[in-house]
Design a protein around this ligand. Structure first.
Ligand SMILES: Nc1ncnc2c1ncn2[C@@H]1O[C@H](COP(=O)(O)OP(=O)(O)O)[C@@H](O)[C@H]1O
Ligand SMILES: [Mg+2]
Length: 282
C-alpha cells in the first residue's frame, strides 16, 4: 500500500454529553482537509446523530444501509468537497443505539476496503460508555477524550477512561480541554485529570490541546455552518488549527504502524476471548 494512502482513525469520546465533541470532530475534519489531508467524518453517535444538522444537510441514506449486502459505501458517503467526505448515522432509531459486534464487523469490514484514500477518519461518538463506544475506541488508533473545566465533565471523563483502561486495556488517551476560560484554566483542568489517571490507573495521558470558550461557536451552530466556514479567524478555530497540525504530525510518526483504517483484528480477538470466557462460565 502506498504510504500516503494510510489512514489514521481517530475516535472522539467523552464521559459527559454537550462538551463539544461533534463541533470538534466537524471542524477538525474541515481544517485537516484545508491542510491538504483527505478526511472522512463519520457520525457514530447512534443515539443523537447530529453532524448532518451542523452541516445543514439531510442525508438520504446512512451507515445502517451498509448492513444490506448489496449497498456500497459510495451510495452512503456524501462528498462535501473533494477530499472531504461524510458518513451519516440514523438518529432516534432506538434499536440502533448500540450495534452488536456482528453488525459492527459487517459495517467496518466494508468500510475498510473503500476508505484507503483518506488520511484521517474522524469518528464522532456518543457520550458515555456503551458497546459501540467501547468497540469503536478499540478499533481506532487514536483516542481523543474531550472534557471541560466543569467538575462533572472531569469526573465523567475520568470514569470513561477508567472503564476503557481497566476493562478493555486501552492505555493511550489524548485529551482536549474545551470551553476553557483561558489557558490557565485549561491547563489546571488537564492536570487534575492527569494526576488522577497517574495515581489511580497507572497511565500517562497526553494533552492534545485547549480550546477556549468562543461565543461565535453557538452562532455557527444556529446557522448550521461549521465554525471554520462561518468565521475562519475565530478564537476556537485558531486553537483547533494547532490541534490539526499536531494530528498531521502524529500521522506522519504513526505511518509505519498503520495498515487498514480500522483495526478489526483487535475487535475480533477481544470478542473471541469474551465469548470463550462466557462459554467456560456456562
Ligand atoms: N469552545 C466552545 N465555545 C463555546 N461554546 C461551545 C464550545 N464548544 C461547544 N460549545 C457549545 O456546546 C454545544 C454542544 O456542543 P456539541 O459539539 O454538540 O457537544 P457534544 O457533541 O459533546 O454533545 C454547542 O452547540 C455549542 O453551543
Ligand atoms: Mg455530539
Amino acid at each position: 500500500m502506498n504510504k500516503k494512502q494510510k489512514s489514521l482513525t481517530i475516535s472522539v469520546l467523552s464521559g459527559k454529553g454537550g462538551v463539544g465533541k461533534t463541533n470538534i470532530a466537524l471542524n477538525l475534519a474541515y481544517i485537516l482537509h484545508a491542510l491538504n489531508s483527505p478526511t472522512l467524518l463519520i457520525d457514530c453517535d447512534l443515539g443523537l446523530a447530529n453532524l448532518d444538522i451542523l452541516l445543514g444537510i439531510t442525508p438520504e441514506k446512512n451507515l445502517e444501509y451498509l448492513l444490506r449486502p448489496d449497498t456500497k459505501v459510495e451510495e452512503v458517503l456524501i462528498p462535501i468537497e473533494d477530499g472531504l467526505g461524510f458518513l451519516p448515522a440514523a438518529s432516534g432509531v432506538p434499536e440502533l443505539v448500540e450495534w452488536d459486534n456482528d453488525l459492527q464487523t459487517i459495517i467496518f469490514k466494508k468500510l475498510n476496503l473503500s476508505l484507503k484514500k483518506y488520511h484521517f477518519l474522524i469518528l464522532d461518538l456518543g457520550a458515555g460508555i456503551n458497546s459501540t463506544v467501547i468497540n469503536l475506541a478499540t478499533i481506532s488508533k487514536l483516542k481523543i477524550v474531550v472534557i471541560t473545566p466543569e467538575p462533572t465533565s472531569l469526573t465523567d471523563g475520568y470514569a470513561l477512561i477508567k472503564v476503557l483502561r481497566t476493562q478493555h486495556n486501552i492505555k493511550d488517551f489524548f485529551i482536549i480541554v474545551n470551553m476553557a476560560k483561558d489557558e490557565k484554566e485549561g491547563n489546571s483542568t488537564f492536570k487534575r485529570l492527569k494526576l488522577a489517571c497517574e495515581n489511580f490507573l497507572g497511565i500517562k495521558i497526553n494533552l492534545l490541546g485547549i480550546i477556549p470558550e468562543d461565543n461565535v461557536l453557538p452562532m455557527a451552530v444556529v446557522n448550521q455552518t461549521p465554525l471554520f466556514k462561518y468565521k475562519k479567524d475565530s478564537l476556537a478555530v485558531n486553537h483547533l488549527q494547532e490541534i490539526a497540525i499536531k494530528l498531521k504530525k502524529y500521522r506522519d510518526i504513526l505511518i509505519p504502524d498503520l495498515t487498514l483504517p480500522f483495526n478489526l483484528e483487535t475487535l475480533l480477538k477481544k470478542n473471541k476471548s469474551f465469548q470463550e470466557k462466557n462459554e467456560t462460565k456456562k
